[in-house]
Design a protein around this ligand. Structure first.
Ligand SMILES: NC(=O)c1ccc[n+]([C@@H]2O[C@H](COP(=O)([O-])OP(=O)(O)OC[C@H]3O[C@@H](n4cnc5c(N)ncnc54)[C@H](OP(=O)(O)O)[C@@H]3O)[C@@H](O)[C@H]2O)c1
Length: 311
């Protein structure tokens, strides 16, 4: 099969390779991949000199089951699915265990649902971690990104008053249309406290978002898009004036590889297909143009997802 593999001598640190078709374990379905979505973390990982040439990367992929799992744990041959994995998604075939695969509607656009695994699942799982959101103010930093767009929509649907943060004022109207009640260019501009924060950015945005938390509030850090240090002045950790018992929690989607993501993948894909969740696709093209998509992502020119169609 054809696959995109790490090649540090090539543009975008990737090139084509012929690789053997994966041999599925008894609990794995063999999927013919029809579309993949790109995440900043994986293209950054491919560009990392420590990643050996030949590494098959790729987290998000959607396609069709061509061989059902031998132990009966997965869907039947011919089922359209979306898949998650820690490697080898950017290839024509992928072997996937049942817990990392969700069945998608018959009429699903496989490119649209390919955006669901990393971005959609991370947003969904962190929004759940923030607790009941009805009537509560929730800040989302990096709101214009892949995770952020899903998070704005999911938090708004959970009843939150969403305070979205994007450095780029041109993103404001789009974020309001996704359900944001307020849009600011930085957390320091938010004048009313919030109950919870989903932080995709780190650095000073994390520090300022923590300062906006009210007592008992929680900040869940998903990412560090700013790649900057988060430096807290001593008074940031004071617990007086109604700011006691605030916490910062870390998050890692793959923390437990045995997690059963299948129902959440299927639900998110169904919501995207029904038009109730906007996947925020900002670049889409054939996978032969992978270098354009990767360079746009690495150059921070995308405000949303990039999708490659295969075949
Ligand atoms: N822990 C996990 O399991 C997990 C899972 C998924 C993602 N992540 C991480 O979460 C973060 C968000 O993921 P994503 O896929 O949503 O990324 P993304 O699509 O690249 O979006 C990141 C957003 O951060 C904002 N941002 C603010 N300051 C920035 C800066 N200095 N440089 C670049 N962007 C900045 C940008 O929005 P504005 O320009 O509009 O401000 C951008 O849209 C990434 O760090 C990713 O690696 C972690």
């Amino acid at each position: 099969m054809r696959a995109l593999v790490v090649d540090h001598s090539a543009a975008a640190h990737l090139s084509w390779a012929e690789a053997p078709d994966p041999i599925p374990a008894p609990g794995e379905s063999l999927v013919r991949v029809e579309a993949v979505s790109l995440n900043y973390g994986e293209v950054k990982g491919a560009a990392n000199p420590q990643t050996p040439d030949g590494t098959m990367i790729g987290w998000d992929a959607a396609g069709v089951v061509v061989k059902a799992a031998a132990d009966g744990s997965g869907p039947a041959k011919g089922t359209r699915v979306v898949t998650l994995g820690s490697e080898a998604g950017w290839a024509e075939m992928r072997a996937v265990p049942a817990n990392l695969l969700g069945v998608v509607p018959e009429d699903a656009d496989l490119g649209a649902v390919s955006t669901v695994p990393i971005a959609g699942l991370s947003a969904l799982h962190v929004v759940r971690r923030l607790g009941p959101l009805l009537g509560r103010r929730v800040m989302i930093t990096g709101a214009s990104g892949g995770v952020g767009r899903y998070a704005v929509q999911l938090a708004a649907r959970a009843g939150a008053e969403v305070v979205a943060i994007s450095r780029n004022p041109a993103q404001a109207d789009g974020l309001r249309s996704l359900g944001a009640h307020e849009v600011h260019t930085e957390p320091a501009a938010v004048d009313q406290p919030v109950s919870a924060v989903l932080d995709n950015v780190g650095g000073h945005q994390l520090v300022d978002a923590f300062a906006a938390l009210q007592a008992h509030g929680v900040l869940v850090n998903v990412g560090r898009s700013s790649e900057a240090n988060a430096v807290f002045p001593p008074e940031a950790l004071l617990g007086n004036e109604g700011r006691h018992d605030r916490s910062i929690r870390t998050f890692f989607l793959f923390a437990d590889p045995a997690t059963d993501f299948s129902a959440d993948l299927a639900w998110l894909a169904a919501e995207v297909t029904a038009g109730r969740l906007d996947p925020g696709i900002r670049w889409r093209g054939p996978w032969t143009r992978y270098d354009e998509a990767v360079q746009a992502l690495l150059g921070r020119r995308l405000h949303g997802k990039a999708v490659l169609d295969i075949g």
